[in-house]
Design a protein around this ligand. Structure first.
Ligand SMILES: *Cc1c(COP(=O)(O)O)cnc(C)c1O
Length: 372
């Protein structure tokens, strides 16, 4: 006799599992071929050497549980960004914090708002919490505050906004962000996901600290996975009102951030040389890459992140799908954008100089090739 199927809560089976950026191509022996991986917006230069050595130092005490409140790490983050450590909560990646916020503040019958081409973790977290995700339209691949506000109903509990947004690379300036907060009912939680904040160099950009401070209904999330290049050990953090920190500290796992992640995070924050190098490299190559693509006839947004959104017009068979295949044949892996409703686009992360040059050269050959 077969055992009965144990049903999960309603909504769970509607979740399309998150599909991560691909890591490689199989060689004919079933192993992995060397590839240029530009599919997950990871650090271009590997981790900070200081993080590697700090992690090695704590490896010998892996048998011990970590500090459950990650107090040295929250102190280090507080010092670096000028924030009260008591209102910083760390997580196993900022994805964990986004999920904890969804579970804590939304449930069946509630709506969770995000933008049309927003980060895919938002509808996943909403559905996992039993809530209904609602996508508001964008304008020119950019968040539209009026459209977001128009989508608010009595049921809206949370608005998730990536600023800058992944995968479009566009952002809302400080005044638009303020206008969004001011236009939302006070009982709606605004979550500003500033995963790419450290890459942005625009005068009108803010990651959102002041919005968190000015009320009790805004949270800013950040990550160590992007400029700090620690995606593999899962480390993120959020700055929030004291009341919300109290809630999240109740629902999170008591040891949700591992000892090695805490050590590597602290060491990475101290490595300003690594940070500056990563930031300067990105500023240089985001511009070079976008200019090169535009010169070939591939449209791009003005990305302020560490990735480029390449838009293919599809003329003469020059589609995103064909470009992806061509790059793959040249051992270059980028990200297809179908799941984000952008089937004519590819997202290309900024890698090392040689990797970017190889990618640009391959795209140039693709655009000049005869299609049949
Ligand atoms: C990469 C990314 C994150 C970070 O996720 P982690 O769980 O911290 O690795 C969060 N939000 C957006 C928009 C991202 O692109």
């Amino acid at each position: 006799m077969s055992t009965p199927f144990i049903s999960p809560r309603p909504g769970i089976m509607d979740i399309d599992p998150y599909v991560p950026g691909e890591g490689g191509i199989k060689n004919n022996k079933g192993g992995k071929k060397d590839v240029i991986k530009l599919s997950s917006n990871e650090g271009a230069f590997g981790p900070s050497p200081k993080a590697v050595s700090a992690l090695t130092d704590v490896a010998g005490s892996m048998n011990r549980y970590p500090d459950g409140s990650a107090s040295q790490l929250t102190d280090a983050i507080g010092k670096r960004f000028g924030l009260d450590p008591a209102r910083i909560v760390c997580g196993a990646g900022s994805d964990e914090i986004l999920s904890l916020l969804a579970y804590s503040y939304a449930g069946p019958g509630d709506e969770v708002l995000y933008t049309e081409h927003g980060f895919l973790m938002y509808p996943i977290a909403a559905k996992a919490a039993g809530a209904t995700p609602i996508a508001a339209g964008e304008t020119d691949l950019t968040t539209d505050v009026d459209k977001l506000l128009a989508a608010v109903t009595d049921k809206t509990k949370i608005v998730f906004l990536a600023n800058p947004n992944n995968p479009t690379g566009t952002y809302l300036g400080a005044s638009e962000l303020q206008r969004l907060r001011a236009g939302l009912p006070t009982n709606v939680l605004l979550v500003i996901d500033a995963a790419y904040a450290e890459f942005v160099s625009r005068d009108d950009y803010t990651p959102g600290f002041e919005l968190v401070d000015q009320g009790n209904n805004t949270v800013m999330t950040r990550t160590f996975s992007k400029i700090f290049a620690l995606g593999g050990i899962r480390l993120g953090w959020a700055y929030m009102p004291a009341e919300i920190a109290d809630v999240i500290n109740r629902v999170r796992g008591p040891f949700n951030v591992s000892s090695v992640a805490q050590a590597a995070g602290i060491a990475t924050l101290e490595d300003t040389e690594f940070f500056n190098k990563s930031r300067e490299h990105n500023i240089e190559w985001i511009e070079k890459t976008q200019n090169a693509l535009r010169n070939m006839g591939i449209e791009t947004t003005n990305s302020v992140g560490n990735f480029v959104l390449a838009q293919f017009d599809g003329e003469n068979g020059k589609t995103a799908k064909a470009a992806d295949k061509f790059l793959r044949n040249n051992s270059i892996i980028v990200r297809q954008m179908n799941a984000y409703g952008l089937a004519n686009c590819l997202r290309i992360s900024i890698g090392r100089e040689d990797e970017m040059q190889a990618c640009i050269d391959a795209l140039d050959r693709f655009m000049k090739s005869e299609m049949n």
